[in-house]
Write a protein that binds this ligand. Structure first.
Ligand SMILES: [Zn+2]
Length: 496
C-alpha cells in the first residue's frame, strides 16, 4: 500500500470584487471549514462534500497511509494577498519537505486562484511542489470553474474537475482521483491533452442540469469510458481576469493520440453548442412582477440574484432585488442571504420582537448605484449562525456564519431578510430553517446564488427566474473590463 500526502488550497478569485482574500479569510470558516493542519484535519473534514474528504475516504478504504498537509479555503472574493499566498504555499512546501518518502501526492485545488502578484496561483504552487518532488506522482482535483493553465497541466500528472454545477459531486471527484493516482503510482504513463476554448461562458449558462452543458458532460463521460482514461471539462470562472481564463478540455489516456482525439471531439461539440449558452436575464422589477402575477402558486418562485452571488465574489449585500420586493409589497417573500455584520449585531442587541428604526441595511460596497436601504426593520428571530448544512452541495458542512437575524421590512408581515455576519451562498435550506423559515412555504425565495441553489431549491420551485440586479458577479462576461484575458478569447458566446 502507498504513502500519500493529502492537502489543498481553494480560492475562486473575482478580479472585479472589492474584498481581497487575506490570511484572516483563510483562518475563518464560512460555508466550508477553516484552515486545517495535522491529523485533526481528518475529523474536521469528515462527512463533508469536499474533494479531500472523498479522496481520504477512498484511499483509507484501499488501505493507503495518508500524510496530512495544510488544507485551506477562503470564500470567493477579490485576489488573494501575496502575504496569504506565500504563507499558505510555504506551509504546504514545508510540510511536504518534512513528510518523508512519498509514493503519491493528492491535492484538493480550485484552479481559479489569482493573487496580487500572480495570474495563476495553482500553476505557481504546483511548480514549487514539482521542484521539490520531481518524480512523485501528483494528482489534483479541480473545481468545475477552474481557469486551467498550461503550467497546471505540466506540473501535475493528473487533473480531474467536478462534473456537476451545482457541485453535488465534489467528494466524488476526490474519490475519482484515487484510481488515476494509483495507475500513476503503479508505473503507468498517461499522456495528457489540454485545449483552451476560445469563448467565455457566463455562470448561469454553465449549469449542468440544463442544456447544452448537461449533454457536453455526458459526452465527456462517454469519452472517458471509451479511452479507459480520464476526461474533464472545466467551464472556467469568467470574472477571474487572467491569461489562462476560459474553459478547458483535459484528457489523460495511455496513448497520446487518444487523449488528443478526445479533446478534439469535445471541442467540436462545444463549438456546435456555442449559441445555446444563453438564457433570459430579468430586471429585478420585472422578475418580482412576474413572480406576483396571477396570485399565489402552490410552490415558491425562486429569484436568483446572480450578480450578488457571494460564491462568485459578490459582496452578498446589494439591495436591488430587495428594494424591488419591498416596493412591490411582496407577501411571503424572503431574501437570503444578506451579509451585514452591523445589522446582525444591532438585531442581537435589540432582541427578538424589537424594532430597528432608521437602520441602513446592506449596500455598503457598491457597485455604483447600490445603496443601503434605510428603514424600520422588525427583528423576528435571532440565530448564532452555527448549524450543519443538509442540502446536496454543502452537505455535512458545519456552517459558522456569525450572529444572524430574520428582519422584516416595516412590520412582522413585511418582506423577510435573512441577515448574516459572514457571506455564504444561499444554496441550502438549513440557512432558512436556522431562523425558523420553511422555504417551501414561501411565495418568493430571493437567493443570492447563480446556480448552486438549483440542487436544493429547484425541486420545490414553481419557476426559477435569473435576475441581473447590480452586483460584481457579472452574469454577462461581455460587460467586464478585462485586462489580462487574451484578445482571442470571445467575451461571450456567439449567438448565431
Ligand atoms: Zn465552482
Amino acid at each position: 500500500m502507498a504513502r500519500i500526502a493529502v492537502g489543498g488550497l481553494h480560492h475562486e478569485t473575482n478580479s472585479f470584487a472589492p474584498h481581497p482574500a487575506d490570511w484572516a479569510a483563510f483562518e475563518q470558516s464560512d460555508g466550508w471549514p477553516a484552515r486545517q493542519r495535522g491529523v485533526e484535519m481528518f475529523g474536521n473534514v469528515a462527512g463533508i462534500n469536499l474533494a479531500i474528504t472523498g479522496f481520504i475516504d477512498a484511499a483509507t478504504a484501499r488501505g493507503h497511509t495518508l500524510v496530512p498537509l495544510v488544507w485551506a479555503n477562503a470564500g470567493p472574493s477579490g485576489p488573494v494577498t501575496s502575504d496569504a499566498f506565500k504563507r499558505l504555499a510555504d506551509e504546504m512546501l514545508a510540510e511536504l519537505a518534512a513528510a518523508g518518502p512519498l509514493d503519491g501526492i493528492f491535492l484538493d485545488l480550485h484552479g481559479a486562484m489569482i493573487t496580487e502578484a500572480l495570474g495563476d496561483g495553482e500553476g505557481e504552487l504546483l511548480a514549487r511542489i514539482r521542484a521539490l518532488h520531481p518524480a512523485t506522482p501528483l494528482v489534483a482535483a479541480l473545481d468545475l470553474h477552474a481557469n486551467v493553465s498550461d503550467a497546471m497541466v505540466r506540473h501535475a500528472d493528473g487533473l480531474a474537475a467536478y462534473r456537476t454545477y451545482p457541485h453535488v459531486d465534489i467528494a466524488d471527484t476526490g474519490a475519482r482521483c484515487l484510481p488515476l493516482l494509483e495507475r500513476l503510482m503503479g508505473g503507468q504513463k498517461l499522456a495528457k491533452a489540454h485545449r483552451k476554448l476560445d469563448f467565455l461562458i457566463g455562470l448561469p449558462w454553465q449549469c449542468t442540469t440544463t442544456e447544452p452543458s448537461g449533454g457536453l458532460y455526458r459526452l465527456a463521460d462517454r469519452l472517458s469510458a471509451r479511452l479507459d482514461g480520464f476526461v474533464s471539462i472545466a467551464m472556467g470562472f469568467p470574472p477571474g481576469d487572467t491569461a489562462c481564463g476560459g474553459p478547458s478540455l483535459l484528457a489523460y489516456a495511455a496513448r497520446a493520440e487518444d487523449a488528443e482525439a478526445a479533446v478534439a471531439e469535445l471541442a467540436a461539440a462545444f463549438a456546435a453548442a456555442e449559441p445555446d449558452f444563453a438564457g433570459r436575464l430579468w430586471t429585478a422589477e420585472a422578475a418580482v412582477a412576474e413572480a406576483l402575477e396571477g396570485g399565489r402558486r402552490d410552490r415558491p418562485v425562486v429569484l436568483a440574484d446572480t450578480q450578488d452571488n457571494p460564491g462568485g465574489g459578490g459582496t452578498s449585500d446589494t439591495t436591488g432585488l430587495l428594494a424591488a420586493l419591498i416596493e412591490a409589497k411582496a407577501e411571503d417573500a424572503v431574501l437570503a442571504l444578506l451579509a451585514d455584520p452591523q445589522a446582525a449585531l444591532a438585531a442581537h442587541a435589540a432582541g427578538a420582537g424589537a424594532w430597528l428604526r432608521g437602520l441602513p441595511l446592506g449596500g455598503r460596497f457598491g457597485p455604483s448605484g447600490v445603496t443601503p436601504i434605510t428603514g424600520d426593520w422588525y427583528v423576528q428571530r435571532l440565530g448564532n449562525g452555527r448549524f450543519t448544512a443538509t442540502g446536496p452541495m454543502y452537505r455535512g458542512s458545519r456552517m459558522d456564519l456569525g450572529p444572524m437575524a430574520l428582519l422584516r421590512a416595516g412590520g412582522p408581515d413585511g418582506v423577510g431578510v435573512l441577515v448574516s455576519t459572514r457571506r455564504v451562498q444561499a444554496a441550502d435550506a438549513a440557512i432558512f430553517r436556522h431562523l425558523g423559515v420553511e422555504p417551501a412555504a414561501q411565495r418568493i425565495l430571493a437567493l443570492k446564488s447563480s446556480v448552486h441553489f438549483r440542487a436544493e431549491f429547484e425541486p420545490i420551485a414553481a419557476e426559477v427566474l435569473v435576475v441581473a440586479a447590480p452586483g460584481v458577479n457579472t452574469a454577462d462576461p461581455g460587460l467586464l473590463p478585462f485586462r489580462q484575458l487574451p484578445p482571442w478569447v470571445r467575451r461571450r458566446p456567439r449567438q448565431s
